[in-house]
Design a protein around this ligand. Structure first.
Ligand SMILES: CC(C)CCOP(=O)(O)OP(=O)(O)O
Ligand SMILES: [Mg+2]
Length: 240
């Protein structure tokens, strides 16, 4: 059985396999995205119930823009409708929402809604939900380098002072007390990181589930956590 003291503090999830889920059922792609949104709401509840502190989800990658416009338009609409419907519930449930990624490319109403959700929930402490929208792990590192370069140029720091903690402070995930995911779950059988969090995953336990994201429910969630609790995390330490 699961031991509460061995729960991951920070869980990261790549919610993959929504279109395949729809196609297997002879449904339109948008039904897959809607089923994925239901699975997303479910895992937020599960993280609250199981005392996970931070949940980072890959909701839309910068590469996803290359999908048909009808799909990207639908996804953006889904994010907006979902957030409008859920914001009060998340607020009452004590969920804090942060957004990572370049949201300047999104339509203004969605940008306003995301900023409002971050402001409204900033003092919540039950679960910190970080939603990666138009996020690129490589761009996250690039923008951190740019901010450090400015500090060097402005004479605030010397190049030799730059170390891991200075870089981490500039990453977009510096918004949380637990910036390093303890466990990453990717569904649908794909064995890739797909330019999600990169620096932050240095010592993260990776778990790949064959189930498609819409089918990832409580049983699959608990199986992933049991797998995590069975692992011996060495952080590159003792050789055994
Ligand atoms: C936008 C993203 C969360 C959707 C993930 O599912 P997907 O569209 O990649 O589905 P497929 O891998 O089945 O094409
Ligand atoms: Mg996919």
């Amino acid at each position: 059985g699961l031991r509460r003291e061995l729960m991951p503090r920070h869980l990261a999830v790549i919610m993959d396999g929504n279109r395949r889920w729809a196609r297997m059922r002879g449904l339109p792609v948008v039904s897959g995205y809607e089923a994925g949104a239901r699975a997303f709401r479910r895992i937020v509840e599960l993280c609250c119930n199981w005392g996970i502190r931070v949940l980072t989800v890959f909701a839309f990658s910068s590469e996803n823009w290359f999908r048909p416009k009808v799909e990207t338009d639908f996804l953006m609409g889904l994010f907006e409708r979902g957030l409008r419907d859920e914001l009060r519930h998340l607020m009452r449930a004590g969920v804090r929402i942060s957004i990572i990624g370049d949201i300047s490319k999104l339509l203004k109403p969605l940008q306003v809604l995301l900023a409002d959700a971050m402001d409204t929930t900033i003092n919540n402490s039950r679960l910190h939900l970080i939603i990666a929208v138009n996020y690129s792990g490589q761009n996250d590192v690039v923008q951190a380098c740019q901010k450090l370069a400015v500090k060097v140029k402005d004479g605030l720091i010397e190049p030799e002072e730059i170390n891991e903690s200075l870089v981490e402070r500039e990453l977009e995930t510096n918004c949380t007390d637990f910036p390093h995911p303890d466990l990453l779950i990717r569904t649908s059988g794909e064995l890739r990181i797909s330019n999600f969090l990169l620096w932050q995953l240095a010592y993260t336990e990776l778990y790949f589930a064959d189930s498609l994201w819409p089918d990832f429910g409580e049983d699959e969630f608990l199986e992933a956590l049991c797998s995590f609790q069975r692992r011996q995390r060495r952080y590159g330490g003792q050789n055994s």
